[in-house]
Design a protein around this ligand. Structure first.
Ligand code: SAM
Ligand code: SF4
Ligand code: SF4
Length: 369
């Protein structure tokens, strides 16, 4: 059990009440799953080869990929079995812009009533491609910016920073309503976060999400600290986000800064920097189709957690009948969580974090060092 944060303090009670409400909702989803967030991992090909890529992507990858007809047929079954007006689709990869049929598939999703976004490295997002995505019905885009120019290019390759910021600007000019920058924070870019913010704001982003790096994909089994924040650094990051949110609100500035989804980060911080419903919902309201048609909860889960292939079995059948492991509290209560007094607001942390770093997934422990 985490050592020093065993009991809530009196001033934390309002947060505790809100989090208990959230957790009741999450527990209900164990028995009544409700698909509202759908990832399509459209390819594992990528024009870049980032050092930390959690999906091990790169220019030389060649994997089986769904054809246009196959993904559209799977989407049609989802259209028949779920209320698509409640589904937000995040198209990720690999690099989604490498798929020539992206616009056609996005238009198909829009036709079914889904709202869509892509997560992209931005370097291929020309004004023409941004306009085509907009015309296909997309209104949200997320572009990875992993530092200022020096620290971004160090992991994503020379020229990629300029390309990512141009992608942001092209999305804004095409009319996208939400243009989000995503930063994977590591020791090297932690000291330059204010420069990263300035860069993405000048390019036109209206939202900035900071995330930490997991030991998966190309970093699977890594033990060095190049991509891992230690306890003071994690505290610094969360305090930084907290302070930026306070300052922006005080200034009436609509630019929004937030933290990624994942395991419980403490009562006050959970509400102050994450907002509502952002603890891990993998397999509860979040489902995915991976590049080859396998069905999983989110693309960050190991492939071994896929529960079938949507080319062989209807997506809804897999979602409703085969996702037991995602909805099993026994698994979440194992190990360090077994006698933790926070279990009832945490439910055992973020699933992909649990699997990527089994000895270091508990955020309260990470924060305490
Ligand atoms: C795998 S990428 C695919 C989309 C696109 N190619 C990009 O880089 O934005 C999706 C997101 O995961 C992030 N990511 C990559 N490796 C990661 C890791 N090891 N841990 C956490 N996030 C990671 C990326 O920065 C990006 O924001
Ligand atoms: S993080 Fe994105 S841009 Fe980088 S190699 Fe992976 S898929 Fe490509
Ligand atoms: S992950 Fe959550 S339930 Fe598990 S030990 Fe940490 S705080 Fe407790």
């Amino acid at each position: 059990m985490p050592k020093t944060l065993e009991r809530p303090r009196l001033r934390d009670f309002p947060y505790l009440v809100e989090l208990r409400r959230d957790v009741e909702e999450r527990r209900r989803l164990f028995s009544e799953p409700d698909l509202t967030y759908f990832f399509w991992e459209c390819t594992l090909r990528c024009n870049l080869r980032c050092t930390h890529c959690g999906s091990s992507c790169g220019p030389t990858r060649k994997d089986d990929e769904l054809t246009t007809e196959q993904i559209c047929a799977i989407l049609d079954t989802i259209g028949e079995d779920f209320d698509c007006s409640r589904i937000f689709v995040s198209i990720t990869g690999g690099e989604p812009l490498l798929r020539q049929d992206l616009y056609e598939v996005v238009a198909h999703m829009t036709g079914l009533g889904m709202r869509t976004c892509i997560v992209s490295n931005g370097t291929l997002l020309t004004p023409q491609r941004a306009a085509r995505l907009y015309d296909a019905g997309m209104r949200t885009i997320s572009i990875s910016v992993d530092g200022n120019q020096r620290t971004h290019d160090a992991v994503r390759g020379e020229g990629s920073y300029v390309g990512a910021l141009a992608g942001i600007t092209n999305a804004v000019e095409a009319g996208f309503e939400v243009v989000e920058a995503i930063t994977c924070v590591r020791p090297a870019n932690l000291p330059v976060l204010s420069l990263v913010e300035r860069g993405v704001r000048e390019a036109g982003a209206n939202l900035w999400r900071l995330i930490t790096i997991d030991r998966m994909g190309r970093l699977e089994g890594a033990t060095d600290d190049e991509f891992w924040l230690d306890s003071p650094q994690v505290n610094y990051l969360l305090d930084y986000i907290d302070q930026r949110r306070v300052d922006l609100a005080r200034q009436g500035d609509p630019f929004d800064v937030g933290f990624s989804c994942g395991g419980f980060i403490g009562l006050r911080r959970e509400k102050a920097i994450r907002g509502d419903h952002n603890q891990c919902h993998a397999g509860l309201c979040v489902g995915s189709v991976l590049s080859d048609g396998q069905v999983s909860a989110c693309p960050s889960m190991p492939r071994s957690w896929a529960q079938g292939n949507a080319l062989e079995t209807r997506f809804s059948k897999i979602w409703f009948e085969r996702f037991a492991d995602y909805r099993d509290e026994k698994i979440r209560r194992e190990g360090v969580c077994a006698d933790c007094s926070w279990y009832d607001v945490c439910l055992g942390g973020g699933l992909h974090e649990r699997l990527a770093q089994p000895d270091q997934f508990c955020w309260l422990e990470r924060l305490q060092g």
